[in-house]
Design a protein around this ligand. Sequence first.
Ligand code: NDP
Length: 450
Amino acid sequence: MSNFDYDLIVIGGGSGGVRAARISATHGAKVAICEEYRYGGTCVIRGCVPKKMFVYSSHFHEEFIDSASYGWDVEVKSFNWKKLIENKDKEIDRLNGIYGNLLKNAGCEVFDGRGELLNRNTVKIGDKTFTTERILVATGGTPFMPSIPGIEHAITSNEAFYLDELPESAVVVGGGYIAVEFAGIFNGLGVDTTLVYRGKQILRGFDQDVADHLSAEIQKKGINLKLNSDIEKIELVDGKKKLTYKDGSTQTVDQVMYATGRAPNTTDVGLEKAGVELGRKGEILVNAESQTNVDNIFAVGDVTDRIALTPVATMEGHAFADSVYGNNPRIPDHDNVPSAVFSQPPVGSVGLSEEQATEKYGQVDIYKSEFRILKHTLTENTERTFMKLIVDTATDKVVGVHMVGPDAAEIMQGIAIAVKAGAKKADFDATVGIHPSTAEEFCTMRTKSN
Ligand code: NDP
């Protein structure tokens, strides 16, 4: 036991901070954790979890229509946004409570309040000051919006989760995860939706075929996609939002939401008082062990701007706790992290895009498949599913797998285990498919597309 009040103070009660605090306490450390908003962090409170609920809600619309081809006579009377928000809030409250209990049961001291470093061993939480041997910063990120005239009339995903009314028309700005997901949510719920992206194709950085396929599918479903477009200013006119684009055109909508990236939360945390180095975007710079340049201060999760995903933050937090307090030193592995975009249809990916694989390996074999899933052979739904395998020609190793289609996230989780284990194309070929399923296509692709 050290001469400090605590062995560890964790600042930030999101996925990474909570995991690090809980496991460190389980290993015997005296731990305090503080959170200024609500325990659970972005993912649980106003991110992944409520977002997925919204996706479920909005996708029912398509399911009702499809069900007619299977003999159902469903009359859709109305959609009640307030009911959705109310039920979502109830579940988020429950999860928020669970997070608090998990921490307390593990023996952590839990503070509701903002944490600020006063020096490398002292943290101020609310109006109290504590000393600590180590500090872990897990303050996450916050939505970034460009500073154009009238930006105060726009919302971000933070507000989208609590809107009083569902807008009749909306513009979503951005071409990344959040923009594509929310455009799908609004569109499915019947909002006249425009997705505005400044570049030539959405999902920059993803496999080009994936981005192209999703772009076509979301437009088929009714999203008005405006590429190479940027908004110059926003004005409030008769309660509506009038957008003026850089090309001079205008559009008036009920709501405009910016999903133009997220910035690390490193302002007013006192990091400079402790001498912690930040990167160009304000992110905390850490080594592979999540340690900053100040050797008793660590950071995990979005605030470090490595891979901004909840399971990555929990991996980093857990590895920190095991390494420092569990006598089990280990480094979080950021290779082959699978991810999904909960667009409609969803995207699932693991490994490299074709562009990245070609750059890394030179010669790669590409296997692609595009088809209507069995379910839609009876329906009028024209949605098409896309699957792609990227194989390093020299070693036969599968280095990238991508899918756009129903259940992509569920399917990709299993595929990611194979990729992580270093599976070869021959292993995929030797695996017997589950029939009839969409996923079996990954085991039956035999003809190269390149
Ligand atoms: P992303 O970084 O994914 O996308 C940001 C988008 O905004 C890009 O299309 C970018 O364009 C555009 N953009 C940035 N600045 C401007 C600007 N000044 N004007 C116009 N457009 C701009 O960020 P998100 O906010 O969507 O998500 C943040 C992170 O959260 C993701 O990277 C992901 O790690 C995580 N996340 C994960 C989810 C999941 O796993 N399903 C869901 C939601 C979020 P350009 O490409 O040209 O730079």
